[in-house]
Design a protein around this ligand. Structure first.
Ligand code: ADP
Ligand code: MG
Length: 593
């Protein structure tokens, strides 16, 4: 017989809601800080212990709550922020569902302390797993402190899913970054295990906030975005990086709609659309962008934790954003690039690459894109194609050394011949392949050869990158990077892979690695991604396309090609060489061979 229908007890409802709202400590921080911002705080202190699983304490100097509200705020669907459904379409606050505090209280030991300016005394409430255990009056300055201890202590299955302390703290720091970027006028302090990680004073300009949160060196490469369409009530303001500065993932794109952080597909797509042809393919800008849009034209009530929205006029908004980005970056800039495989972003366990991405090879702005070989002169018929081996070269031993070098074409290709073929060798691709194979050999033999830096370089990262790099210091060392924690968001770089010695683009490379580490996700281990990191390193260490090579250098390059094992787990890179046989050349000129 089926069980009869019954209403679930309140506490169980809250625990179920907690499953939605409270995914990890960072979600608690988000809810608490948003509440502080909604309460007009000008100073917010976030104290974390043990990555947030031991303690999360958020204190603010906001409006505070009176006695009744201190009790009410822990009830489900209790909110001071909306009263009618019409309010949903003119939200001025970050919260409105009234389910965060009861959900958090259901899965932790929670203390609320609050005092309003008008009340003679403040109130304190202690709640364990959703049940009020203690309440009383206390004296406090105006404002609210909420303390969450032992998150998920009564739901061990969830607690088990918490990751390492550094990782959880990385999520928290990222979250604080998102919130602090859109409220520069509020002072933010973030403390982990008694160590102050961030202290952002009240700032008047977005630039200053970005410098504090994401690193001052960025400022040199940011340009202003400022576009409005008064007719549609649309405004887009903020900063985006110039095509010199880009990242391997979209993690440094911060977007806000009406002051609320969003990570929306339409918005992301519009941004990338706006910078298409300006940025290397597969690369992303650093950006902090604020879109204002009439409340009635956007629905933010889609999901409590997912950052998606719904626009009533999607394509209008899309084109407006894309146009704003395009204008800001102004057309006509192209970036040097080289093709190379990137980390497979799909889960799974293989170390394979998915797709290709264009990577920068120099910071200067000029026109050059690594050319795809296999370009054929257009002849009507018969069609002759250069034979471009897709992956592995069939040659073993001394084939490349035996070639006769004819010369160099456009400072990019070595032109050579054997007895029956004309060959073009892409010097850039060849170097990349040689470097990659060498690094792989070194890595699997223990560690990539390192070169100590005479003066350690202090490198600055954002919080999320810092957390990721801290977690992977050992594997990074095996990859050739000796990083030592220095400040809250800086590392002293003491050694780099020998292949990179003398180059100055480590910093971009480390940002790329951090960003790829962030994409690894829980299901994959760093070992699975090693090849893509080795490839990144080799790409940065190789000879540029467009570099005049001497006869000796060309000979050496060909000899190196003979020394590497092409067939060993080759990346799906570009072909290294291409060749035409004598009869094929004859056919090109419609001669019988
Ligand atoms: P919501 O933010 O969706 O209203 P919450 O559960 O997060 O729901 O909070 C419930 C209510 O508690 C809020 O509407 C607000 O009135 C009150 N509140 C929570 N945190 C604070 C705070 N830091 N300062 C003042 N009031 C707060
Ligand atoms: Mg809230």
């Amino acid at each position: 017989m089926p069980a009869s229908i019954h209403l679930l007890p309140e506490n169980l409802c809250n625990q179920i809601a907690a499953g939605e709202v409270v995914e990890r400590p960072a979600s608690v921080v988000k809810e608490l800080v948003e509440n502080s911002l909604d309460a007009h705080a000008t100073q917010i202190t976030i104290e974390i212990e043990g990555g947030g699983s031991r303690l999360i304490r958020v204190s603010d100097d906001g409006d505070g709550m009176g006695k009744d509200d201190v009790f009410l705020c822990l009830e489900r669907h209790a909110t001071s922020k909306i009263a009618s459904s019409a309010d949903l379409f003119r939200l001025q606050t970050l919260g409105f569902r009234g389910e965060a505090l009861p959900s958090i209280a259901a899965v932790s030991r929670l203390t609320v302390r609050s005092q309003t300016a008008a009340a003679p005394e403040g109130w304190e409430l202690y709640v364990e797993a959703g049940t009020v255990k203690k309440a009383g009056a206390i004296g406090l300055p105006t404002g609210t402190t909420i303390e969450v201890r032992d998150l998920f202590f009564n739901t061990p299955a969830r607690r088990k899913f918490l990751r390492k302390e550094e990782t959880e703290f990385g999520h928290i720091a990222e979250l604080v970054t998102r919130l602090a970027l859109c409220s520069p006028e509020v002072q933010f302090q973030l403390v982990h295990n008694q160590r102050t990680i961030l202290n952002a004073p009240r700032q008047h300009r977005l630039e200053e906030r970005i410098a504090t949160l994401l690193g001052r060196p960025l400022l040199a490469d940011l340009v202003k975005v400022d576009k409005s369409d008064p007719g549609a009530g649309l405004e887009l303001r903020g900063l985006i990086s110039h095509p010199n500065l880009h990242r391997s993932s979209s993690a440094a794109i911060y977007t806000y709609i009406n002051g609320r952080y969003v990570r929306d597909r339409v918005v992301q797509h519009a941004i990338l659309d706006g910078l298409r042809h300006l940025f290397p393919r597969g690369r992303y800008p650093v950006a902090v962008l604020f879109l204002s849009i009439p409340g009635a034209a956007v629905d933010v009530n889609v999901h409590p934790t997912k950052h998606e929205v719904r626009f009533s006029q999607q394509s209008l908004v899309h084109d407006f954003i894309a146009g704003g980005i395009k204008e800001a970056l102004r057309p006509g800039i192209e970036v040097l690039g080289c093709q190379l495989p990137v980390l497979d972003r799909s889960h799974g366990t293989s170390g394979s690459y998915g797709g290709t991405v264009t990577l920068p090879v120099a910071a200067s702005v000029s026109v050059l894109v690594a050319p795809q070989v296999a370009e054929v002169p257009q002849v009507s018929e018969p069609v002759v194609t250069w034979a471009a081996p897709a992956v592995a070269a069939p040659f073993a031993g001394s084939y490349f050394s035996s070639l006769r070098i004819i010369g160099q074409f456009r400072a990019s290709y070595i032109v050579a011949e054997d007895d029956e073929h004309l060959l073009l060798i892409d010097q850039h691709a060849a170097h990349e392949r040689i470097g990659f194979e060498r690094l792989r050999r070194e890595f699997h033999g223990g560690a990539v050869a390192r070169q100590g830096l005479l003066f350690p370089e202090i490198v600055e990262f954002d919080f999320k990158e810092t957390a990721l790099l801290s977690e992977y210091l050992d594997p990074l060392r095996r990859l050739g990077f000796e990083l030592e924690p220095f400040g809250p968001r800086t590392f002293a770089l003491k050694a780099v892979p020998q292949l990179l010695a003398g180059r100055d683009n480590f910093v971009q490379l480390l940002h790329d690695i951090a960003s790829d580490l962030g994409e690894l996700g829980i299901s994959r281990r760093i070992e699975d991604a090693i090849d893509s990191f080795l490839l990144l390193i080799s790409c940065h260490g190789m000879v540029r396309a467009r570099q005049k090579l001497s006869q000796i250098e060309m000979t050496a390059l060909l000899a190196d090609l003979d020394r590497i094992d092409f067939n060993a787990h080759c990346p799906h890179g570009r072909p290294v060489y291409s060749r035409l046989s004598d009869p094929e050349i004859a056919r090109l000129f419609r001669r019988s061979a």
